[in-house]
Design a protein around this ligand. Structure first.
Ligand code: HEM
Length: 558
């Protein structure tokens, strides 16, 4: 079986042999490049720590960099000082179990964990410990400390253990996929997914299909606003953008249109949307509850059902594509396609892995872009000057409502700054995780053994007045090079997609979708809040989302 690139960057299938592939990939299916690279990385020099920078200083202690080797962005460096010289997790301050329960349920922070980050940082400083039942977490909430953790994350970083996801996969004898697989297996999968997701030139191939979906979004917005009482207001914009996000990412992943922006949404799509919502909501509940409750409470069964629905929908769409490809090959035709065709034909993933990876990409790619776009429009609607500056930039690069091409985006720095600033203020992933697996680490003069769970408090870091002047104000200018309002930020002060090898695989696709959608919405409409509409606060439901529906007025531009 083989796969090659046609001129347009599309994948052209030469032959097919994916059927009968084992469900979970054996190690020998790793790409040779991944294996070689990994073997090179496993060379150690005595007792090592991977630390942030050459000659990096942690808590006043300097690490010798003489024995270090550059490994990607990490440095393997010999530590000069014995662990016992450092403070330990037991020296960290932080809320007890009772205090945490009081914060969550007494003070009402259960859906405001982003705000709790900020308050706890004020109380305990930029590093503190939280304990909650079996969970013991070290929180870091300054760019410097976040960078120290990430730079020691090891070769194959792990966010957190997901034993209940793994249990489900084992139960159904499915492949593990990106979130459950670890180490070399995770790296092997990422190496296959990355090229056509993260390389700018490759991602540009998706521009036409994204534009089609944006066109449907514009039509839907027009229908909804005309249907409203004042012929301008679109109610619950996030729900509409969710459909856009779903259609956008699935048109890339499945190479087919699902019709989410039509009047009547297909049943299968509604099923997937409901299942994604259920799975994410139940995931935390199931993890917290003791095993015996599974026979008494409905949550575990619901969690399984939600996963079944998710995987089944993705599987049916993939099988449909496979049947099409088969028919074309049998008819002696060349099979052309994009992401799914590439995954199915590259011979590096089993069919079982393709099912799970596509499901995971879909799960990661919908709420994230849709919520970010909702916040961007919400912020622009309340800041006429920024909206005007954005509109002027877009019309100067693409006059007469020309569709922006990928290359036009490089001449739209303000557009990019608007998205960056939106993600700084409302990072859709407000907190991330790192579980140290390879090494003991030192962060801020504390020594942490392997298996320490860190919580990276991105929201608190990107709302810190010390990092961002007027942190609560929407000021896209702060990201513009050469603008009087711009200034140098710590590189880890706002990292909404994460950084390093485990960072978001969908970053480029998400940016392309958001840049195209926002620029074309601006070309067509001036956006305003409803008269007297109060501010909308965010809330956390794993992701940072608006706490109530965002209704905006869309006034057609001349
Ligand atoms: C505004 C848009 C998005 C934001 C802010 C975002 C943010 C993130 C963050 C913070 C992570 C964790 C990174 C880390 O641990 O260092 C992540 C992981 C991930 N994202 Fe995104 N994401 C976005 C859009 C997307 C899209 C469009 C897709 C699908 C195409 C996607 C798929 C994934 C997947 C599969 C992972 C797990 C990667 C791994 O574990 O190897 N994301 N994302």
């Amino acid at each position: 079986m083989g796969e090659s690139q046609c001129a347009a960057g599309q994948t052209v299938l030469k032959s097919h042999s994916w059927q009968n592939a084992p469900l979970r990939a054996p190690l020998n299916m790793c790409s040779p490049a991944a294996v070689t690279r990994t073997l090179r990385l496993t060379v150690h020099h005595g007792q090592t720590l991977s630390v942030a920078l050459d000659g990096f200083v942690s808590g006043g202690r300097r690490f010798k960099s003489g024995a270090s080797r550059h490994v990607g962005q990490h440095f393997q460096t010999t530590i000069e000082t014995a662990p016992e010289k450092y403070k330990t997790i037991d020296d960290l301050r932080g809320p007890s179990l009772a205090t945490t329960v009081y914060w969550l349920f007494g003070k009402g922070y259960s859906d405001k964990s982003h705000a709790m980050q900020v308050e706890h940082k004020k109380l305990y400083g930029p590093i503190w410990r939280s304990r909650f039942g079996p969970f013991d977490v070290v929180n870091v909430a300054s760019p410097e400390l976040i960078s120290q953790v990430i730079r020691q994350e090891g070769r194959y970083p792990v966010r957190t253990e997901l034993p209940h996801w793994k249990e489900y996969r084992d139960m159904r004898e499915q492949a593990y996929g990106l979130h459950v697989d670890k180490g070399l297996q995770w790296y092997r999968i990422r190496s296959v997914l990355n090229p056509k997701m993260l390389k700018l030139a490759e991602v540009s191939v998706y521009a036409p299909v994204i534009h089609q979906v944006v066109g449907d979004l514009l039509q839907r917005i027009e229908r909804l606003r005309l249907r409203s009482q004042d012929h301008t207001t679109v109610p619950d914009l996030t729900a509409e953008l969710y459909k856009f996000g779903f259609e956008g990412i699935s048109s890339i992943l499945f190479e087919t249109r699902l019709g989410c922006l039509e009047e009547e949404i297909p049943k299968e799509t509604l099923k997937f949307i409901a299942a994604a919502n259920d799975m994410l909501t139940l995931s935390e509940t199931v993890l917290f509850l003791p095993l015996w409750t599974r026979n008494v409470l409905p949550f575990w069964k619901q969690f399984i059902r939600a996963w079944d629905d998710l995987v089944n929908v993705a599987q049916r769409l993939i099988d449909h594509k496979l049947a099409q490809m088969d028919a074309q090959v049998l008819a002696g035709k060349q099979v052309e396609g994009m992401y799914l065709t590439y995954l199915l034909s590259c011979d590096k993933l089993t069919l079982g892995e393709v099912y799970i990876c596509i499901t995971e990409l879909l799960l990661g790619g919908v709420d994230t872009t849709s919520n970010t776009l909702s916040w961007a429009l919400y912020l622009l609607a309340r800041d006429a000057a920024s909206q005007d500056r954005l509109y002027r930039e877009i019309t100067s690069v693409c006059p007469g409502r020309q569709q922006p091409r990928s290359e036009d985006l490089s001449r739209m720095p303000y557009l990019k700054a608007v998205i960056k600033e939106t993600l700084r203020m409302y990072p859709v992933v407000p907190g991330n995780g790192r579980l140290t697996v390879d090494n003991d680490v030192v962060v801020d003069n504390y020594w942490f053994p392997k298996k320490t769970q860190f919580h990276l408090c991105h929201y608190a870091a990107s709302h810190d007045e010390g990092e961002f002047v007027d942190a609560e104000r929407f000021r896209p200018e702060r990201w513009l090079r050469g603008d009087p309002e711009s200034y140098q930020h710590h590189p880890y002060s706002s990292i909404p997609f994460g950084v390093g090898v485990r960072a978001c695989v969908g970053k480029r696709v998400a940016e392309l979708e958001m840049h195209f959608a926002l620029s074309r919405l601006m070309q067509h409409y001036e956006i305003q809040p409803e008269d007297g509409a109060p501010t909308t606060e965010p809330k956390t439901r794993t992701l940072l989302i608006p706490s109530k529906p965002i209704n905006l007025r869309f006034l057609p531009r001349a």
